[in-house]
Design a protein around this ligand. Sequence first.
Ligand SMILES: O=C(O)[C@H](O)[C@@H](O)[C@H](O)[C@H](O)COP(=O)(O)O
Length: 256
Amino acid sequence: MTNERRVLVHPNRAALAASVAARFITTTVDILHEQGEVNVVLAGGSVAMEVLEAVNASAARDTIDWDLVTFWWGDERWVPKEHPDRNELQARTALLDHISVPAENIHPFAASDEGLDLEEAATSYAELLESRSIDGTQLPRFDITFLGVGPDGHVASLFPHLPGIREHDKSVLAVLNSPKPPLERLTLSRPALNTSRCIWMVLAGHDKASALGLALAGASRDEVPVAGIKGRRYTNFFVDQEAAAEVPENLTASTF
Ligand SMILES: O=C(O)[C@H](O)[C@@H](O)[C@H](O)[C@H](O)COP(=O)(O)O
């Protein structure tokens, strides 16, 4: 089994969200059949929310036994719990509030008004991850990890030319100087993300074309962090036609 990166091109943003949602439902059912539980890592960003909304709207939504699904986050903005920019709140509104997933299966990062400072929040998430780890690793077995990609090639809150992308020891990082507001964030590290069996990056719009093209052409992860992301078995870029504009033709598979 190879784990080459694959680019799947969709005609437009709506088709992209619907297709990734359908694939998420079938893949989750398959993994549940195989191993009886699934750990999903959620992303922030508008496309990721459209995917979750499409999962919620799908007639097949409840073919998943949500009791067996656990949700984590790849990153979070350091804002109060009820702030509209919080990735957790957006994911709850898009999907989690509408499904029968038990509250104890939902593991958001701490919020800025919950009594911890940023470093303590990073440590506490790392400890939580470790408490659910398998096989002596520091982490649960992440099955499906969603990631958005910024126009600068950032993934989660790992930004170009900042030290976070080079971190190789810690699983969770406090980010103090994000170039995109808010300045302070929490993020899984690159090695932690890369333990995932499937990494699904979802990109739409022409402003993503250059970052994706550079990543696939072999740019360094320091320059274009998405270049350093690779799942254990599958690394899929689900993209619309605009985001695919600079992908070499031999690397793309069209879904239409
Ligand atoms: O933390 C953030 O500020 C965003 O979540 C960001 O990282 C986002 O995931 C990408 O920029 C893709 O965003 P879109 O899906 O909106 O293009």
